[in-house]
Design a protein around this ligand. Structure first.
Ligand SMILES: Cc1cc2nc3c(=O)[nH]c(=O)nc-3n(C[C@H](O)[C@H](O)[C@H](O)COP(=O)(O)OP(=O)(O)OC[C@H]3O[C@@H](n4cnc5c(N)ncnc54)[C@H](O)[C@@H]3O)c2cc1C
Length: 113
């Protein structure tokens, strides 16, 4: 069995230089908690192919690919990160009767007579 640390990254545009362009995890390696990384890489490839078909000029094609992908990539990346954060929370810490966080929250409530 092999254990490796899982890293995540979100590269800010631009993702291309001259004739080199990044797709998939090289741009957006999100925490795996949504299970969507492979489909995002496939979507990148599909949009890149489409952009290259529509634009004869390479820099324009690569810019088009990047512009079309950015909002979705950023959105899925942040949702994956939220899912990772939620899955790593110990529910006992927040929801048990003896939870210091819960007690602090209750103590902060002001009850008017
Ligand atoms: C624990 C875990 C669970 C996951 N579960 C899911 C899931 O359930 N569903 C899902 O959709 N996604 C999942 N993912 C994410 C998914 O695996 C990735 O998002 C996806 O594989 C990215 O594809 P890619 O082609 O961009 O990169 P990769 O799959 O990493 O492919 C890159 C390839 O390039 C090769 N390479 C690297 N450097 C060089 C080099 N210098 N020369 C030649 N080759 C090189 C690598 O060996 C590799 O084969 C998971 C990820 C992890 C870590």
């Amino acid at each position: 069995m092999e254990f490796r640390r899982v890293h995540w990254l979100l590269v800010q545009p631009p993702w291309f230089s001259d004739r080199v362009v990044l797709v998939g995890d090289a741009v957006h390696a999100a925490p795996p908690n949504l299970g969507g990384g492979a489909s995002m890489a496939i979507e990148d490839a599909a949009v890149l192919t489409d952009a290259l078909t529509r634009h004869a000029d390479l820099p324009n094609a690569l810019r088009n690919y990047m512009t079309r992908r950015w909002a979705r990539i950023e959105n899925i990346y942040h949702k994956s990160y939220q899912a990772k954060t939620m899955s790593s929370v110990d529910p006992r810490k927040y929801f048990s009767v003896n939870s210091p966080i819960l007690r602090e929250a209750l103590a902060s409530l002001t009850i008017e007579p």
